[in-house]
Design a protein around this ligand. Structure first.
Ligand code: PLP
Length: 449
């Protein structure tokens, strides 16, 4: 439990040099990677990651939003070992695999999609890409012309492939790819209280050219945890239904319990035509994602063998058996283990603590939360102070792993987080914020952590 039990200049220094010599880290400037005190994980226990020097870090970002029940969950470990004695992987192109069938049956019983059919992939971005292409071809297969565009929201994030990037609203330094992006009908995101009105109006006025509207229900995560109410999501869904525009719900981040229900769509009985799943699908163990298509969408692809209505798309590792075995056990554990009850209780506790101890700090502009998805937006007195980065570095030094989105500190603990751990996260966060604010106040140079 004690942070900093390792000795300075222990193993970590060595591992960081070896790392920087050969690994290229995503979303990371490699020329300063080694100077930013990266945590080099050796193993984990429950919700803590342990680095090469034996320091413990509470994983308060669920390893970038994927870990649900914690690390090294005995039941998930066993499911993986059992599947290893059967088969690790066999292709889903034209053939099947028992554990994948069982997983698809279990998912079909719980997803908020009518008559669901499930196309597996490996990353969230691929699930989104599949949804885009399915929506596009759906209209062609139906003999409808001209529905080639998508409606997407301001601040949207749907992954890093070119299709996902096009739906996404930029930021994170991705402007360099603007010439590659295809154009979308863009209406404001959740930071605009009138976003739903504007999206509904655009769905109506552009209906004839829209293949689909794409939304992150309830929370725009990568935008810094911008939130909306379930009723607003339902209004967009209803507008899509009236206009005959397909609705794609990207629940890669919100799925599998983060918001307190299994899927965020459930808060407003929203039934999307296409649902994208990823991140928490395997409890954060293995890369697996899925695009769930409603029956009427799937049916539009039925036709002659080898014919033009077929969906000619499929990833090598789609429906990986090891991932499927873990995902199947994971879904069972969520349903059997009262996990969502814990999410509700811990989310309530977290909200109370943040309201009392974090929101009133002068260095905090806003706190946004849905379930166990939280964004604490800092209020730096000037640009370029890297407050988000520095606050998270302060938390990491105190043994709580956090990572910011710009000046928004994300708190997204595993769904099995305990009351004590919630207290530890909020106390640590408050301390780190006060420390950084005092440094800036004292005019200390913003040491790049
Ligand atoms: C993370 C995320 C993605 C991309 O998933 P990857 O597995 O990183 O490709 C897509 N959509 C949303 C809403 C996400 O949060």
């Amino acid at each position: 439990m004690t942070p900093g039990v390792g000795t300075e200049g222990g193993e970590a220094h060595d591992w960081v040099s070896r790392d920087a010599a050969v690994v290229w880290h995503g979303f990371t400037q490699m020329s300063s990677y080694a100077d930013n005190s990266p945590v080099i994980v050796d193993h984990a226990e429950g919700r803590e990651l342990i680095d090469v020097d034996g320091r413990h870090y509470l994983d308060a970002i669920s390893s970038l939003w994927v870990t649900t029940l914690g690390h090294r969950v005995p039941e998930l470990d066993d499911a993986l070992r059992r599947q290893l004695d059967r088969v690790a992987h066999s292709t889903l192109l034209g053939n099947g695999n028992t554990v994948v069938i069982e997983l698809a049956e279990a998912l079909a019983a719980v997803v908020p999609v009518d008559a669901p059919h499930i196309l597996f992939a490996s990353d969230g971005a691929s699930a989104v890409e599949q949804a885009l292409k399915i929506a596009f071809q759906y209209w062609t297969n139906k003999g409808v012309r001209g529905r080639h565009r998508y409606l997407a929201l301001g601040n949207a994030y749907h992954g890093d492939t070119v299709g996902g990037l096009s739906l996404g609203d930029g930021g994170f330094g991705t402007d360099v790819f603007d010439p590659l992006r295809f154009s979308v009908v863009r209406t404001p995101g959740y930071d605009d209280p009138g976003w739903a009105d504007k999206a509904v109006a655009a769905v109506e006025s552009h209906a004839g050219e829209l293949a689909a509207a794409v939304v992150e229900p309830l929370v725009q995560g990568a935008a810094g945890m911008l939130v909306t109410d379930p009723a607003e999501v339902a209004r967009l869904a209803e507008a899509c239904r009236r206009a005959g525009v397909l609705l794609i719900a990207d629940e890669v981040a919100t799925g599998f319990g983060r918001t307190g229900r299994l899927f965020a769509c459930e808060w407003s009985d929203t039934r999307p035509d296409l649902l994208c799943l990823g991140k928490g699908l395997t409890g954060g163990y293995l890369p697996m994602s899925a695009t769930v298509a409603a029956g009427h969408v799937y049916d539009a692809f039925l036709g002659e063998d080898l014919g033009a209505r077929t969906f000619y798309h499929g990833h090598s590792f789609a429906g990986n058996a090891l991932a499927a075995a873990v995902a199947l056990e994971h879904l069972g554990l969520i349903e059997r283990g009262d996990v969502l009850t814990n999410v509700g209780a811990r989310a309530g506790q977290l909200e109370g603590l943040l309201t009392r101890e974090v929101a009133p700090l002068p260095a905090v502009r806003a706190v946004r939360q849905r379930g166990l998805m939280v964004g604490v937006e800092l209020a730096p007195p000037a640009a370029g102070l890297k407050w988000g980065r520095r606050v998270c570095a302060g938390a990491v030094r105190r043994g709580v792993l956090l990572r910011p989105l710009g000046d928004v500190v994300v708190v997204m603990p595993p769904l099995t987080i305990t009351a004590d751990e919630i207290e530890r996260i909020t106390a640590t966060l408050a301390e780190a914020i006060v420390e950084v604010a005092e440094e800036s106040h004292a005019g200390a140079p913003p040491e790049a952590p």
